[in-house]
Write a protein that binds this ligand. Structure first.
Ligand SMILES: [Zn+2]
Ligand SMILES: [Zn+2]
Length: 238
């Protein structure tokens, strides 16, 4: 975020809050002013959204407290998931992605950013999983980019578009683990904008087998670069 953006952002923000008070991400109930900053949920919905945390893409387990679980050099070192892809949280993500709920991206990104700050994940740069231009035109926005934008603001680091989608692969839904990896192979290209030696946080909405996130990390990976992932929801693949 540049300085101009911050200065201009202040008044519209206060103005918007006056007419559009913050609402619960799940049930849309108006939240008291004292609720923010904090999880953008009413207490009843908050109780229904369990926190997930850091997950190791190598050994496939949650490992609270540690950022680098297993030693090794796989491009995606660790993943942080805010919650799980189920229940009301899943319905909210569905609204965000398929039913024009782009207004949900901002509070969701802020929640993810807050959770990352709490566990001390502070990358040098934030980026996101891109959509193919055709899909972007159809949907009108990339929910991963919108979430990543707020994460970057919260973490006070730049947001950079680091990848582009060069192949419009079919949806991963309904595919096996192996098919998902095959389906996503060769679909990303690096925009080569990340200076060497930087740590990078790759943001997406949902992590299932990790095929997309791992492919993106492999395409971005350069010697000395540390790549971590952050998602709104973790979906167990069973
Ligand atoms: Zn609620
Ligand atoms: Zn591990």
């Amino acid at each position: 975020m540049n300085k101009t953006g911050k200065t201009l952002g202040y008044w519209p923000e206060a103005f918007l809050r006056l007419f559009y008070p913050p609402r619960c991400l799940i049930c849309r109930a108006i939240l008291p002013a004292t609720a923010l900053p904090g999880p953008p949920c009413c207490p009843r919905c908050r109780a229904k959204v369990p926190m997930a945390g850091p997950y190791c893409p190598r050994c496939g387990s949650f490992h609270p407290g540690a950022k680098d679980c297993c030693p090794g050099n796989s491009p995606l070192r660790s993943l942080f998931a805010l919650s799980f892809y189920r229940g009301e949280f899943r319905k909210m993500l569905h609204r965000l992605k398929y039913r024009g709920g782009r207004h949900l991206a901002r509070p969701l990104g802020e929640w993810l950013g807050m959770a990352l700050l709490e566990v001390g994940w502070t990358p040098d740069l934030v980026t996101y999983i891109p959509l193919h231009p055709r899909k972007l035109t159809r949907r009108g926005y990339n929910q991963a980019e919108l979430v990543a934008r707020r994460v970057a603001v919260l973490l006070k680091v730049p947001l950079v578009p680091a990848l582009k989608k060069v192949k419009d692969n079919p949806s991963q839904t309904g595919l096996s683990r192996r098919e998902r990896h095959r389906n996503v192979a060769g679909t990303f290209a690096s925009l080569e904008v990340i200076p060497p030696g930087n740590s990078l946080l790759l943001v997406d909405d949902i992590y299932t087998t990790g095929a997309t996130m791992k492919e993106a990390a492999a395409v971005l990976s350069r010697p000395g670069m540390k790549i971590y992932g952050a998602v709104a929801a973790f979906q167990s693949f069973n």
